[in-house]
Design a protein around this ligand. Structure first.
Ligand code: PEP
Ligand code: MG
Length: 298
């Protein structure tokens, strides 16, 4: 009997051979949380924090950010919420950042490149995220990493923020720290990066763009933008292996996570988490609960 998708609500995402997969959802603002809950996602795998900056005409204050993160964290009632730090730049521009025009914005001043350059701004966001961690289960994820040095610098800033909060006697929890793997450089050194973080989440949209040298915004190139390219899939496989060899979990939060034609491939690679738009959670769970590793036809 074909199962109705709504019958999958409240069920765990476990394959027929007993592997538990975490199916999380991606959100772009606080209002999306209702959709996450209605579709019974097991957590939030990518909370794109950019909206806070894009919808404001000034840098959002620590308090404004704290309230937004806290709202989401509380609504998720103890389920994991992975907040991605600021990923502005490239296609996402905000006037008050006063970013210069760039010849190649996708290869330019964006994401942690801005944060590591404007540390007070970055610390404000980290403080707000840590404060929200007292209200549930928060993880922090950094976008656009390319080097080990960046990760060490990010962790140092995180430690300074935690120390400041402790000194001020502000409550927070010990959030898991992870990085997005969305550049070929990060994928290729994922064995080294895995020793410094608690998890990896593959950003396949950018990973495809940078691996294939295809602008993800350029519609004219749509037929060449192929996330199924062997190069991309090999990088994903490598990242999962390197993560597991170092004892950390590995997920996918790019669009590819919801591509049902690849679910079997990802499950065979041993992926631990897939984060998709809320409306795709149950379809994906249906795929997972019917998958059997031992079945040669998969
Ligand atoms: C990605 O690059 O795959 C990703 C999830 O991040 P964004 O789409 O926000 O760049
Ligand atoms: Mg990205």
């Amino acid at each position: 009997r074909k199962m109705l998708l709504k019958e999958l609500k409240g069920r765990e995402s476990i394959t027929l051979d007993g592997h538990k997969i975490n199916i999380y959802a991606n959100i772009g603002n606080c209002n999306d949380v209702e959709n996450v809950i209605n579709n019974d996602a097991e957590g939030i795998g990518l909370f794109r924090s950019e909206f806070l900056y894009l919808e404001n005409s000034h840098y959002p204050t620590e308090e404004e950010q704290f309230l937004a993160y806290k709202t989401v964290v509380e609504k998720m009632e103890g389920k994991k919420v992975i907040i991605r730090t600021l990923d502005i730049g490239a296609d996402k521009k905000v006037d008050y950042f006063e970013l210069e025009e760039e010849e190649n914005p996708a290869l330019g001043y964006r994401a942690i490149r801005i944060c590591l350059d404007r540390i007070p701004l970055f610390k404000t966001q980290l403080r707000a995220i840590y404060r929200s961690s007292a209200f549930g289960k928060v993880s922090i994820m950094f976008p656009m990493v390319i080097s080990l040095e960046e990760v060490l610098e990010l962790k140092e800033i995180v430690n300074e923020v935690k120390k400041e909060l402790k000194d001020e006697e502000i409550l927070f929890s010990d959030a898991e720290l992870g990085i997005m793997i969305e550049t070929p450089a990060a994928a290729l050194i994922s064995d080294l990066l895995a020793k410094e973080v608690d998890f990896f989440s593959l950003g396949t949209n950018d990973l495809t763009q940078y691996t294939l040298a295809i602008d993800r915004q350029n519609r004219k190139l749509n037929r060449f933008y192929n996330s199924h390219h062997t190069a991309v899939l090999r990088l994903i496989d490598m990242v999962v292996k390197n993560g597991h060899e170092n004892g950390i979990w590995v997920g996918i939060c790019g669009e590819l996570a919801s591509d049902l034609s690849l679910t079997d491939t990802f499950l065979k690679m041993g992926i631990d988490e897939l984060s998709v738009s809320p409306g795709k959670v149950l379809e994906l769970r249906n795929k997972v609960v019917n998958f059997n590793m031992d079945n040669k036809n998969n």
